[in-house]
Design a protein around this ligand. Structure first.
Ligand SMILES: Nc1nc2c(ncn2[C@@H]2O[C@H](COP(=O)(O)OP(=O)(O)OP(=O)(O)O)[C@@H](O)[C@H]2O)c(=O)[nH]1
Ligand SMILES: [Mg+2]
Ligand SMILES: [Zn+2]
Length: 359
């Protein structure tokens, strides 16, 4: 039973020193504030952090759903105490809500990120694009899941819009109601592999999990009628073992993942723009009206969508902002340049006043 939760040889090796001190391995399947539920060789145990661990570990090293830990088990009491975090294979991080000063770890050891958006409302390709970037950075594989196909008269438009920002990520249109596309999603979640559901409240993440599980494990709730937004029904993160052997982590809806140092992810998501930029006549082209600028040319002939270019600039600015906060010494010249170029572009476009916010 325990092995089916994704235990591997790498983890076994990392765990060896802890085995010597009498601890057992466990995976965090539920995380609700400071309380954890672990799956261990003794079955499920409720757990808290050992005082010393809570005191010395950095915030980002506190266990989250999906993490593997070394714990002292008290099976008689159905309880355990977490002493160590095992190394993470992948890690989803975002800026903490509000301040943007500290990273918040959302989920760990995730192989596949199901980036969920609803086809009938609140469809925002720009947000999907950022989710794809964050996912690539985390080390997990992004898949765009478009839900509520049954409630959409003309899914072709949104599907094409999603494909345009997916850059290689698979796009699945599905319905948990009719079962359309459900098998496609199911087949992506291989035995022993972990998928996380990410997306706004009300898009149908928990409904999809229930459909995959074949029974109601998570509560779901109708979205509000006045503004078609979700109600934040799911309030904790929970990892569920599917009948087919795959694992799915349900999460509370979030409006924005935010960004946390997506250097590599960003390049993958905007490979086309970076390829274009490499064709500008001048190596240090600011894409601000220089002769032979490939970006300008592409914007003019329409082969590069203006939205996409602006979206790229927005991500670059977020990154530059994070760079400054994270480590002033590591500010990269390249990123500062992009900020400047984008400002140039914006001032030239100001009269059009498209509005920057995307929400
Ligand atoms: N028509 C239709 N409705 C769906 C589908 N999937 C989910 N819904 C409905 O959408 C509403 C919200 O679904 P939830 O699964 O609770 O959404 P969620 O993403 O988990 O929301 P949070 O937990 O708040 O993040 C519910 O009323 C579901 O019945 C679908 O495929 N088709
Ligand atoms: Mg939910
Ligand atoms: Zn240029």
């Amino acid at each position: 039973m325990f092995e089916t939760y994704g235990w591997s040889e790498t983890l076994q090796n990392a765990f060896l020193p802890h085995a010597a001190s009498g601890l057992v391995p466990g995976r965090v399947i539920v995380q609700q504030r400071g309380l954890y539920r672990l799956i261990t060789p003794f079955g499920e145990l409720n757990a808290g952090l050992a005082g010393r661990f809570a005191f010395t570990a950095r915030e980002t090293e506190h266990p989250v759903a999906g993490d593997w830990v070394a714990a002292a088990a008290r099976p008689g009491e159905g309880a355990a105490t977490i002493h160590h975090l095992l190394p993470r294979a992948t890690c989803f991080r975002r800026k903490a809500a509000g301040t943007g000063e500290t990273a918040q770890v959302i989920a760990a050891n995730v192989d596949l990120a199901l980036l969920v958006a609803s086809l009938n409302a609140d469809f925002n390709p720009r947000r999907l694009e950022r989710y794809v970037a964050v996912t690539r950075e985390s080390g997990a594989t992004p898949v765009i899941v478009l839900t509520k196909a049954d409630a959409c008269d003309d899914p072709a438009g949104p599907i094409a819009a999603a494909e345009a920002v997916a850059l290689g990520a698979e796009v699945v249109a599905m319905s948990s109601l009719t079962g359309q596309g459900l098998d496609t999603v199911r087949q992506l979640i291989l035995p022993g592999r972990t998928a996380v559901l990410l997306g706004s409240s009300g898009v149908g993440k928990s409904t999809l999990l229930n459909a995959l599980a074949g029974k109601v494990l998570m509560a779901t709730q109708a979205i509000r009628e006045d503004d078609a937004r979700g109600r934040h029904t799911t309030t904790h993160r929970e990892l569920v073992l599917l009948p087919g052997g795959g694992l799915v982590l349900d999460t509370p809806g979030m409006r924005e993942l935010g960004l946390w140092d997506t250097g590599a992810g960003l390049s993958a998501t905007f490979a086309d723009i970076e390829e274009l930029a490499s064709r500008c006549r001048f190596r240090d082209c600011s894409h601000g009206g220089e002769p032979g600028c490939a970006i300008d040319a592409a914007l003019q002939d329409g082969s590069l969508a203006e939205d996409r270019w602006l979206s790229y600039g927005k991500l670059q600015r977020e990154l530059a902002y994070l760079d400054r906060r994270e480590d002033p010494a590591m500010q990269s010249e390249e990123r500062r340049n992009w900020v400047r170029r984008n400002k140039d572009y914006r001032s030239r476009k100001r009269e059009k006043d498209r509005g920057w916010g995307d929400e």
